[in-house]
Ligand binder design. Structure first.
Ligand code: HEM
Length: 383
């Protein structure tokens, strides 16, 4: 549908609002200054077309944590600046040996069997273990934390009713966990993210509520996304055995392959925006508050930018122009971390699962905010 629209226009009308489909327009609108273009309100984003009840205390608590990064006020700019120093590439590079170590440890567990349930045995645990170390959780607490963090992602599932209880229990569980961790680090600071947040709080740079909300928002942002992107990427690679073999032999080619996989399978397909004031864009008047869906998925296959856009090309020279991490004022804060995690994991997986074959892939239906892989069953030549 997006391809047909893109051949005739830069946007399509949809019942929820305009869907922007060309690379240049998606890129430009994502980069608008925050005073003119705000992130789509989370409730509008979660389900524009139905009246889901999001009024329970747990869901409200969760939405408030997500809104910490939604601007357009000084709070977003201030918190983003504080956090971005903690996620800059030079800091992330220091975590690469840990990433490889975690990937190897998890892969060792399923290697002898010659088959695995990739989502549960790897994708769910790997980013959780890496992030646990960054924020300062002990290894033995990771399984509970990974379960809650995964279940919080259910808040994006529509209809919500069948999974509401699980999602709310996860919010309460994870907030309780983060509060407990904060108290532990107050008494006994360490070299980790929560201790650093507490230092900033003491210096007057953050409120206690922000430390709590950010702790939870970052855990979820850093877990669910990487878990899904990794699952969609490995699923994509099962159709390219030669590239899988190359990843095993030449780990240094992984970074470009990660970008190319994100180009073809972005798990946040259409970030949302709303003009803060009436706006004239390309001679079209867009009223303040109009929900705009900026299709990274369509932009990433725009032939004006990417030659033969539907072809997977591990050596594509401009794959870094993909918009799977967004762009502009809300560009993914964890992009360096996520890219490094995937670039470290894929070669380990290719070495552990030679001649990988797809047995089953299932995507969770009804998710348009973040795509979620429900099952990815693989078999391979055992060790
Ligand atoms: C492959 C994994 C990931 C993908 C595909 C992804 C994707 C995105 C995208 C598309 C946005 C922008 C949304 C918009 O413009 O509305 C975003 C924002 C964000 N991401 Fe990621 N992300 C990933 C991993 C991470 C990780 C590991 C963290 C951990 C810290 C993280 C933290 C954030 C935060 C805090 C924001 C909000 C930034 C802001 O509004 O200033 N993400 N992410």
């Amino acid at each position: 549908m997006c391809r047909a629209v893109r051949e005739q226009a830069w946007a399509a009308r949809t019942p929820q609002g305009p869907l922007v489909v060309t690379h240049s327009d998606v890129n430009e609108l994502l980069r608008y200054p925050e005073e003119q273009m705000v992130e789509m309100d989370i409730v509008t984003m979660l389900r524009p077309e139905t009246d889901e009840d999001l009024s329970s205390p747990a869901l409200q608590d969760w939405l408030a944590a997500l809104r910490l990064f939604m601007g357009p006020d000084s709070q977003h700019v201030r918190l983003r600046k504080l956090c971005s120093t903690l996620f800059r590439p030079s800091v992330i590079d220091g975590w690469r040996p840990l990433m490889r170590d975690v990937a190897e440890r998890l892969a060792r567990d399923f290697r002898p069997a010659g088959r695995c349930g990739f989502v549960t045995q790897f994708a769910n645990l790997y980013p959780a273990h890496v992030f646990a170390r960054i924020i300062g959780l002990p290894d033995e607490e990771v399984p509970a934390f990974a379960r809650w963090s995964g279940d919080i992602g259910l808040t994006f599932v529509r209809p919500l009713a069948p999974v509401r209880e699980r999602a709310e229990a996860a919010i309460v569980g994870l907030f309780g966990y983060v509060e407990d961790l904060i108290e532990r680090r107050r008494c006994e600071p360490r070299d980790d993210l929560i201790s650093r947040f507490l230092e900033i709080e003491q210096e007057g740079g953050m409120s206690a509520a922000e430390v709590r909300g950010l702790g939870l928002a970052l855990i979820q942002a850093g877990h669910e996304t990487t878990k899904s992107q990794l699952s969609f990427s490995v699923w994509g690679l099962t159709r390219h055995p030669a590239v899988w073999g190359r990843l095993a032999a030449e780990p240094e080619c992984a970074l470009n392959i990660v970008n190319e996989l994100m180009r073809l399978h972005p798990i946040i397909p259409e970030p949302g925006r709303q003009p803060a004031e009436d706006l004239v864009y390309r001679q079209v008047r867009i009223r303040a508050g109009t929900p705009l869906f900026l299709s990274a998925a369509a932009a990433n296959r725009d032939p004006e930018v990417f030659e033969e856009p539907d072809r997977f090309d591990p050596d594509r020279a401009n794959s870094a122009k993909q918009l799977g991490f967004g762009a502009g004022p809300h560009y993914c804060l964890g992009a360096s971390l996520a890219r490094a995690e995937m670039a470290e994991a894929l070669p380990v997986l290719a070495q552990t699962m030679p001649n990988v074959r797809l047995l089953e892939f299932r995507e969770v239906e009804g998710q348009h905010t973040i795509r979620r892989a429900e099952a990815l069953r693989l078999e391979f030549d055992p060790a």
